[in-house]
Design a protein around this ligand. Structure first.
Ligand code: G1P
Length: 279
């Protein structure tokens, strides 16, 4: 069957980072496995991808990340123990993922930045457009999930898409910052992007959050992308090459995003989701 190059079928999850902001918790536990309430961050990401119609999860792991593979697998002994008890319900979502998704892995041997992690995932993604979720950016929406909104937009624009939100300018050095001109409400054609600029150099106050849709030519561009900010290969720099050819849009997503890579955002997300369960 010919490949339908218009549909987003795969989602890449860079998950090789050390999670140093959460030491000592992340000494032996991958940061992607830290739970908000009872669910690991990465599972939220996988559920968001599934909601967007994606059934292949491509996870880029590294040393000390084996708990991720065990989580997205059957656990016969445990499942046997809780079979027929009320606890079974607690495993429903993860069992459903394991049963219905293809989960693939590759290891990033050296930590050379987000761009490098994405390039490492090329063997899992192949030559088709794909989504990227950074699991420590946890998104919530009562309507459509952020990635679903982006997949719909991809069907219209057929180019790379970054999700953005307005931030206080003094935080610009924590994010990739984009600038562009308006295509339609909430959609900008990107003309410039800079990784973690100081506020005086920021081209706008629109920050990229951890949701991307990338066209596969990004891999060749990443191959040629020199180390940038922090000496790392930055996806923002590779995207700028695409943007200069008119191939990137920025989307002001609908919903709420928590930076669970840091303690403040993590606690905020925990409280938010806890209150939601009580509603
Ligand atoms: C990465 C990207 C940055 C983006 C951010 C979103 O940075 O490099 O452009 O704004 O994710 O969370 P990191 O948070 O990994 O330092």
């Amino acid at each position: 069957m010919p490949k339908d190059n218009t549909k987003i079928r795969k989602c890449l999850f860079p998950a090789a980072g050390y999670g140093t902001r959460f030491l000592p918790a992340t000494k032996a536990i991958p940061k992607e496995m830290l739970p908000i309430l009872t669910k690991p961050l990465l599972q939220y990401g996988v559920e968001e991808a599934r909601e967007a119609g994606i059934d292949t999860m491509a996870i880029v792991t590294g040393r000390g990340k084996r708990a991720i593979e065990d989580h997205f697998d059957r656990s016969y002994e445990l499942e046997h123990q809780i079979n027929g008890t009320s606890k079974e319900l607690l495993m429903k979502e993860i069992r459903d993922i394991v049963k219905n998704c293809t989960i693939t892995y590759t290891r990033q041997v050296e930590m050379k930045g987000l761009g490098h992690a994405i390039l490492t995932g090329q063997t899992l993604v192949g030559d088709e457009p794909f989504a990227v979720i950074l699991a420590d950016d946890l998104c919530d929406n009562d309507g459509e999930a952020v990635l679903t909104q982006m997949v719909k937009l991809y069907e219209k624009y057929r180019c790379s898409i970054v999700a953005v939100e307005e931030i206080p300018l003094e935080d610009s050095n924590k994010y990739g910052i984009v600038a562009g001109f308006e295509e339609e409400d909430s959609v900008l054609r990107v003309t410039n992007m800079v990784e973690k600029p100081e506020s005086k150099d920021a081209p706008s106050n629109l920050a990229i959050i951890g949701r991307y849709i990338l066209t596969p030519d990004i891999f060749d561009i990443l191959e040629d992308t020199k180390p940038g900010k922090g000496g790392e290969i930055q996806i923002t720099d590779a995207l700028l090459t695409q943007a200069k050819q008119g191939g990137v849009i920025a989307y002001k997503f609908k919903g709420k995003r928590f930076d669970c890579g840091g303690v403040d955002g993590f606690v905020e997300a925990t409280n938010f989701f806890y209150n939601k369960t009580k509603e």
